[in-house]
Design a protein around this ligand. Structure first.
Ligand SMILES: *Cc1c(COP(=O)(O)O)cnc(C)c1O
Length: 467
């Protein structure tokens, strides 16, 4: 299996070689040259597998350049710190079932992909005999998941930018309490998009990028997208086991379009998915796109700080991979859409609107702060279950798309403990923290503070990068 760019300007590369780059050299994103497919018989055979075994099967279709035994060792190592089920399913009422993706070390779904990424990137670096300095931007969960997956690695260091004052106390503690030498937390005086723009500037300077061995593990990384495909298969196998249905729908609390893109890959691979429901918060550029066909990213200043902060995104980095399929894999049309974005601030696929649902099964909705609070309360009253604000956005939007006879699976993207303030506001409950989490919250924190300034960041990286 080889990977090509959505913009058509990259020699096909094997899996391991796409992992160490951010964007393709032409500014596009790596996609499989042809999507692998899975037939019904194979699916039935996969029912008996454990999560790491299933991950080996699914990832083996994408990472054909990694011997099976190596892949099996890495998936086992990636998920060994999770509880046995890795991804537990639980019904909250007759209509909705939650898919628990937050059982990993940082209590959010990013661990699912990052734990595998940590294994496979170190593996690819060993094979090449090189090192990697990861430069990333986070609005909360990506950064902590990356740092917890990469701490203490020999060939990798992490430079993680985060927006000052925009993360929860818990998210800050999870990142800033790490004292591993290979982890650098950089707090930028700006919002998430300022952080992301700084990363883009440095990553776009190819000489600097090469000299400093810079790479990325952001939400466009192929290891993450492919590792996330696994739990769509897992959830389908569990939901159909129980109910005997064939088609299921998924609702995905969305920001950068990474998680739901993996569901889209699973559907293209032949997994019987009826609807992929995109749930947005108040920063609903994607909901606007899937309702109107017009994609109009917002500026940093127009991006609201909400109570589901990991979805506070104004541009959705992974959308380009969906557009590539929408235009029939015609890279020149992808290029012209992004040229429209640069020239006019939007692009327009109104003419294709009916295909969004009919061909691709994607629908969408928006949830607000008031919806979030009401949903957390309603779920708590009905089932005693406490859900986090991002999952609440999912539950709210999922209800708008429940269909008789089709199980609706809502991805639980974080544990409520990460967002205790909002839980208190919604239901007045003080969440209990287990002792290891309390210790983390009380631990000393270590960061470098910085202005929204490219030169300052360059100097910091030059002084601290692995060589
Ligand atoms: C990252 C994140 C999201 C959004 O996922 P995308 O892949 O960016 O769409 C939703 N919820 C939580 C808790 C997250 O950490």
């Amino acid at each position: 299996m080889q990977y090509i760019s959505t913009r058509g300007g990259m020699q096909p590369l094997p899996y391991c070689e796409t992992l160490l780059e951010g964007l393709a050299p032409d500014g596009g994103l790596a996609v499989p040259e042809t999507m692998p497919t899975v037939d019904g018989e194979t699916l039935e055979r996969w029912r008996a597998l454990t999560y790491p075994q299933l991950a080996t099967e699914v990832l083996g279709l994408f990472a054909t350049d990694i011997p099976r035994a190596d892949l099996a060792r890495m998936t086992a190592a990636a998920y060994e710190t999770f509880p046995e089920a890795v991804v537990p399913l639980r019904a909250i009422d007759d209509d909705l079932t939650l898919v628990g993706l937050s059982e990993g070390p940082t209590l959010a779904f990013k661990d699912m992909a990052m734990q595998f990424l940590g294994q496979v990137v170190e593996y690819a670096l060993e094979r090449k005999g090189s090192v990697l300095n990861i430069l990333g931007a986070t609005s909360g969960d990506t950064g902590s998941a990356a740092e917890h997956a990469l701490r203490g690695k020999d060939r990798i260091s992490v430079f993680m930018l985060s927006p000052k004052g925009r993360m929860s106390a818990f998210q800050r503690a999870q990142m800033f309490s790490l004292d591993d030498e290979n982890i650098h937390n950089i707090v930028v005086d700006g919002v998430f998009d300022d952080c992301q723009n700084l990363v883009k500037k440095l990553a776009g300077d190819l000489d600097f990028k090469r000299a400093q061995n810079l790479g990325a593990v952001n939400s466009i990384n192929l290891a993450r997208i492919t590792a996330q495909v696994v739990y769509y298969f897992w959830a389908w196998l569990r939901a159909t086991d129980i109910g005997g249905w064939t088609e299921v729908s998924f609702t995905v609390p969305s920001g950068n379009f990474g998680n739901i893109l993996s569901g889209f890959f699973a559907k293209q691979m032949g997994l019987p998915i009826r609807r992929l429901v995109l749930a947005a918060n108040e920063n609903n550029v994607l909901d606007e796109f899937f309702r109107t066909g017009v994609y109009r990213p917002r500026s940093a200043a127009q991006t609201l700080a909400t109570s589901s902060p990991s979805m506070d995104i104004s541009k959705a980095s992974n959308l380009e991979r969906f557009i590539f399929e929408l235009v029939g894999r015609d890279a020149s049309r992808v290029v012209s859409a992004w040229k429209d974005l640069d020239d006019k601030g939007h692009f327009d696929f109104t003419a294709d609107l009916s295909r969004f649902i009919e061909e691709f099964g994607i629908v969408s909705g928006t949830s607000t702060h008031a919806d979030r609070l009401a949903t957390i309360e309603a779920v708590y009253d009905a089932s005693g279950d406490i859900i986090d604000p991002h999952t609440a956005d999912g539950v709210k939007v999922a209800r708008e798309y429940v269909e008789p006879g089709v199980p609706m699976l809502v991805l639980e993207t974080a544990k409520p403990q990460k967002f205790a303030e909002t839980i208190r506001e919604a239901i007045g409950v003080e969440l209990e923290y287990p002792s290891e989490l309390r210790a983390m919250l009380d631990a000393p924190q270590r960061t470098a503070e910085m202005a929204d300034d490219e030169h300052e960041l360059r100097a910091f990286i030059e002084a601290n990068a692995l060589r």
